[in-house]
Design a protein around this ligand. Sequence first.
Ligand code: CA
Ligand code: CA
Length: 177
Amino acid sequence: MDAEELYRRRIASRFAAFDQDGNGHISREDFTTAAGRLLEEFGVPFRSDRGQALAAGAEAFWQGMAGIADVDGDQRVTRGEFVNGAVKRLRDNPDRFAEIARPFVRALLAVADQDGDGKAGIGELERALRALGVDEHTAALAAESVDLDRSGLVDEEEAVTAFARYFMTEEPGAGTA
Ligand code: CA
Ligand code: CA
């Protein structure tokens, strides 16, 4: 398997993470579902500032994703559209992914930040990932790898950077440290 094929497989495996309702395509409903699962996990009401921020972030993330990958404009991103859109457009511009994900990531951290000190702990991030269907092992690895400065806390820049890296290039914890 060459590097390009490996990369495409990794991107394809991320498709399942976005397809929250598992119906075989990515749509607005998946982002709505993700937001709902996070709010439920952390007991944050939808009609609260943090709940509304998460819903707005999820909508912005969907719009950004659709703008990049929904080539035929049917409001659904198929596996093929996701792989091609991600591989061809985002690999050359990972900052673009970071920017479309940022409002969602910021709101996610605020929802997960139970004591409201402005930073979520890595344990809280792990809980958030598991609420989104990430398996226990991967969630633990991902949460740990996000905490670049080993502070035990996750700030927005760390999270956005790690999120883009996780979805666009490599497995968390993979490769040389
Ligand atoms: Ca779906
Ligand atoms: Ca489409």
